[in-house]
Design a protein around this ligand. Structure first.
Ligand SMILES: *[C@@H]1O[C@H](CO)[C@@H](O)[C@H](O)[C@H]1NC(C)=O
Ligand SMILES: *[C@@H]1O[C@H](CO)[C@@H](O)[C@H](O)[C@H]1NC(C)=O
Ligand SMILES: *[C@@H]1O[C@H](CO)[C@@H](O)[C@H](O)[C@H]1NC(C)=O
Ligand SMILES: *[C@@H]1O[C@H](CO)[C@@H](O)[C@H](O)[C@H]1NC(C)=O
Ligand SMILES: *[C@@H]1O[C@H](CO)[C@@H](O)[C@H](O)[C@H]1NC(C)=O
Length: 440
């Protein structure tokens, strides 16, 4: 993939004067490795939970040890009173603060961690990244309470819909919940990319659905992400894989994102209308932003007009943290502490994507207001941007330096270690469900 990209990029840059488009193409290059990971990591997602058992949670579960109400705020009272001046607190603006409590689970207490994200087991030497919690400016985010969650979700069904980041997210939830009740896997597709779990004693169903574009896409790639033809993307058709099942879900966490940066031929009304990054094809370069906006409009339109009223959370784009190079030139992410607000800038591609997400979601929510539609923003982009320390890096594979401490290994600076900062995304979701009205 990478080898072929560079000459392509050169022709592309010379033939175009539009710097914005070139910038998109460069950005595409930068995160190309991420695409590989998005696809190839799915092979590892195959651990099958076939022995449901009631678990002794006494030792492992901080949930039982620390009810959320008892959390002590270690922030100054100043920001609290500030919040009462300005009204509601914004859950998505804040800082990561040290928290000695540590994670809900470990590689030993959660057996469902995908091997590429099992940083502890794979031998990541530092553990400081596990001792932080998200502190919204002006309020406190309670720690996830798995018992309370499962009680609330009796007879309910959840789905995470999207790409491998959505799968990363569902595994975090699965690990947290498994400290109270072990999940039983009741379905997986051939590639182990879509799965369904049941929590029998709570009659709770959790699904993850693989549909990286959310719209109809013909993808010609093998499991290692090697592509044999351009993706054909139908900008006016949703992926029926999720829309057909939509009415089965009470709660949905849906996300789009990085796959839209790939080379793709765009179709509308069953006609080719253009493409993104397809030099030599004599097609109009429409830009990934064009396609992403069309896709989101279609998705939100479906949700707003569906007779089925689910509680939907739309999660925003995920930043990666490749440094000292890019995915193809030895980029790494070996920081061990979070950034502070202001220490890092969002990449253009994330800014563009997030802006489209915010704009289209805003339009959709005003369209849906008064119609019983629950469509909420789960804006994890900024808080995730502050966590360069939360990725597997080289520890996406087991003991990468066991044989050669200078070994050159692929780094994953896009997905998140489990446990890791992605666990906080679930703190946010449950807080929005329980106390949504308190926040902006
Ligand atoms: C968990 O990781 C530690 C290393 O941090 C390792 O010693 C242990 O064997 C792992 N346990 C499991 C069950 O993977
Ligand atoms: C769950 O469903 C069962 C059977 O339909 C019903 O008896 C029970 O009241 C329901 N519980 C909740 C919390 O909805
Ligand atoms: C489980 O929940 C479903 C609704 O999602 C309900 O129809 C069913 O009766 C429940 N089963 C039990 C055993 O509570
Ligand atoms: C490119 O497409 C345009 C319009 O479809 C056409 O007029 C032109 O001849 C094409 N150029 C090449 C090199 O095929
Ligand atoms: C992080 O990686 C860079 C090279 O990519 C290296 O120069 C630096 O020493 C590393 N830092 C640590 C703490 O390993």
């Amino acid at each position: 993939m990478g080898k072929e990209m560079r000459p392509d990029l050169n022709t592309f840059s010379h033939s175009k004067t539009n710097h914005v488009i070139v910038k998109f193409a460069v950005t595409f290059l930068l995160i190309g490795f991420a695409f590989r990971l998005l696809i190839s990591d799915s092979i590892g997602f195959s651990s099958v939970v076939d022995t449901p058992a009631t678990k002794d949670t006494k030792a492992e579960s901080p949930v039982t040890a620390l009810p959320s109400e008892e959390l002590v705020s270690d922030d100054s009272g100043a920001s609290e009173s500030q919040a009462s001046h300005t009204g509601k607190c914004d859950l998505f603006i804040g800082d990561w603060i040290p928290d000695p409590t540590g994670p809900f689970y470990t590689n030993a207490s959660c057996l469902n961690i995908e091997s590429h994200q099992n940083c502890m087991k794979n031998g990541r030497p530092d553990s400081g990244y596990l001792y932080w919690r998200w502190k919204p400016q002006g309020c406190d985010l309670p720690r996830f309470d798995a018992r309370k969650f499962l009680q609330l979700m009796r007879n309910k069904s959840w789905a995470f819909i999207g790409d491998s980041i959505s799968r990363n997210h569902v595994q975090s939830l699965l690990c947290i919940l498994s400290q109270v009740e072990e999940a039983v896997e009741v379905y997986h597709d051939e590639e182990y990319r879509s799965k369904i779990w049941r929590f029998p004693s709570h009659n709770f169903t959790l699904s993850v659905m693989w549909t990286p574009f959310l719209i109809k896409a013909d993808v010609y790639e093998d499991m290692n992400g090697v592509s044999s033809a351009e993706i054909q993307l139908h900008l006016d058709k949703l992926d029926e894989k999720w829309t057909k099942q939509y009415s089965n879900f009470d709660y949905v966490v849906i996300a789009g994102g990085k796959w839209f940066l790939k080379t793709a031929i765009y179709h509308e009304n069953d006609m080719v209308t253009g493409c993104h990054y397809c030099p030599g094809k004599n097609l109009t370069e429409l830009g990934f932003d064009y396609a992403y906006r069309k896709a989101l409009q279609l998705i939100f339109n479906f949700i707003v007009h569906s007779d089925h009223k689910a509680s939907v959370f739309f999660r925003t784009t995920t930043p990666d943290h490749f440094e000292n190079g890019e995915w193809f030139s030895g980029g790494t992410c070996n920081r061990s502490v979070p950034f502070k607000e202001g220490e890092v800038d969002m990449r253009d591609v994330d800014t563009i994507m997030r802006n489209i997400e915010l704009e289209e979601l805003d339009k959709a929510t005003s369209l849906g207001s008064g119609k019983g539609v629950s469509l909420k923003l789960l804006d994890t982009t900024r808080l995730s941007l502050l966590r360069p320390d939360g990725h597997p890096g080289p520890y996406r594979q087991f003991q990468p330096f066991a044989e050669d401490k200078n070994a050159k290994v692929q780094n994953d600076c896009l997905h998140w270690c489990l446990p890791g900062p992605i666990d906080s995304w679930n703190d946010l979701v449950i807080e929005m469900i329980v106390n949504g009205g308190k926040y902006r």
